[in-house]
Write a protein that binds this ligand. Sequence first.
Ligand code: SAH
Length: 248
Amino acid sequence: MLERIRIVLIGTSHPGNIGGTARAMHNMGLSDLALVAPRCEPLTADTVSRASGADHIVHGARTVESLEQAVGDATLVVGASARSRTLPWPMITPRALGERLPTELASPEARVALVFGREDSGLTNAELQRCHAHVHIPTNPDFSSLNLAAAVQVLAYECRQAWLGQQEPTAQAEVPPTQPLASHQELERYFEHLERTLVTIGFHDPATPRQLMARLRRFTLRARPERMELNILRGILTATEQQAERRE
Ligand code: SAH
């Protein structure tokens, strides 16, 4: 998915921003860079310095004369804009853009282009009107314009998050149990055993319960223990009771 996302920089005037863009892209696993009519020499010492090892992205970049040449094959073109323009256009947040990418890029021929404007004047109205949608990075309204490479970084990050979400949809939230889960009855037997043991070792006084059992229940139920895990806990309780008996 990430190979089919292109970063397009229009009329960039600072080589350092091209280097910074290359670094932001490589950090997030993007590699397709197009430069439209750059207003500077793209590869200078500043570029290499700001790229910090990602200058291969600039070497591999395509330099073209017009936006059309850069986005001709794109099935979705999104223009990044620091301010709202006179003519309202479909707006999308960086997060929503990321969320849309897996669907937009579902077919192997699909290509998404993210278009960024000039440091001094952004994108022209004509350029913005060639985009399906505009993305605005929510910022302080009194100081809304990010550095070009920083704006690329924010959108590239959202692209990567979307891609990661697609790789491991339920990665941390739901690890499927490898063993059968404990049944209600097994849990109840465990709670009885736990309470008995806690009384035996003098940790719990049923006369002044202080919600101890309720808290331990909530904690245990939240974990959705497997039968095997509950058996281990019951084994620990049995060993604890035996030790307590020996001491008496
Ligand atoms: N002074 C210009 C902003 C140039 S910043 C203006 O007023 O339009 C260079 C580019 O970075 C912008 O064209 C845009 O593509 C991107 N950018 C900067 N800040 C952004 C923001 N808050 N949201 C989306 N894109 C932004």
